[in-house]
Design a protein around this ligand. Structure first.
Ligand code: ZN
Length: 258
């Protein structure tokens, strides 16, 4: 299989993948992230937040870690207290930066899956930090992915709704110019997640968060997940909806009273 390994594709080991617990789909299976005393290979702990090596490293040429966000199995980013949310994001960004600076990887990704359509297999709130030895994730990322209609802005952050979404429809971008803006960054991120899960114009159970470094900025893209359109699957053509202005105004009114 060696000749199949290219820098364009991540190599997924199906023999390891098949061992993974599927606790989103199988509610009878006990949650591996609640059994905190059984967690092996802990990298760091801060109160209820734990970073561990992934027990099922399905990717070749990668170092996979899991960041358990809380000891509340049914918790969610939309309901975390502000102190916990800020502590969590500082912890995640600190470890992401540390791996990035280690120079063991070509690039390091930080992301989160939530809900059945997000690509995640375990419901307990967690993120992942993955060091990619042969891939630079920024090769397929463009500055225009983060442009959008302004929802909220401060000196250090910008919160917008994508006008050129990567995959299609609604993508929220939270851009942090200076790390001193971490609190505003965290609140805007929570607003995006809350809107997706609780106030979206149609029911939405799933979302992803993707973090990027672009120039000197840290950017989080929050993406509600639905069935992906055939235009994108077959042709990589993203679609942009006609009601972006309406959604921007709705969020401003609902969360910022303007
Ligand atoms: Zn759990």
């Amino acid at each position: 299989m060696e000749n199949l390994k290219q820098s364009t594709h991540l190599f997924f080991n199906t023999a390891i993948g098949i061992q993974k617990p599927e606790s989103i789909r199988n509610k009878n299976q006990s949650c591996p992230f609640c059994a905190r005393e059984e967690l092996a290979e802990i990298i760091d702990i801060e109160d209820s937040i734990i970073l561990v090596k992934n027990k099922y490293p399905v990717l070749s040429d990668a170092f996979q870690t899991v960041l358990i966000e809380t000891d509340q199995c049914d918790g969610d980013m939309s309901v975390y207290s502000k102190p916990h949310l800020i502590k969590l994001l500082k912890f995640a960004i600190r470890h992401w930066t540390k791996m990035d600076e280690s120079e063991d990887y070509k690039s390091v990704i930080l992301f989160k899956n939530h809900g059945p359509l997000s690509g995640g297999s375990i419901a307990h709130p967690h993120m992942q930090i993955v060091g990619l030895e042969k891939m630079d994730y920024m090769e397929k990322v463009q500055e225009s992915d983060f442009e959008g209609l302004l929802i909220h802005e401060t000196k250090d952050i910008e919160f917008n709704l994508s006008t050129k979404p990567r995959v299609g429809f609604y993508e929220f971008n939270i851009r942090m110019k200076e790390e001193s803006g971490i609190e505003e960054f965290a609140f805007s991120l929570q607003t995006a997640v809350h809107y997706i899960l609780k106030s979206f114009p149609f029911p939405c159970s799933s979302y992803n968060l993707f973090f990027y470094r672009l120039n000197s900025e840290i950017i989080c893209k929050a993406v509600p997940r639905f069935i992906t359109t055939p235009y994108f699957i077959g042709y990589s053509i993203p679609q942009v909806p006609s009601n972006l202005e309406w959604m921007r105004e709705e969020i401003k009114l609902r969360y910022y009273q303007i």
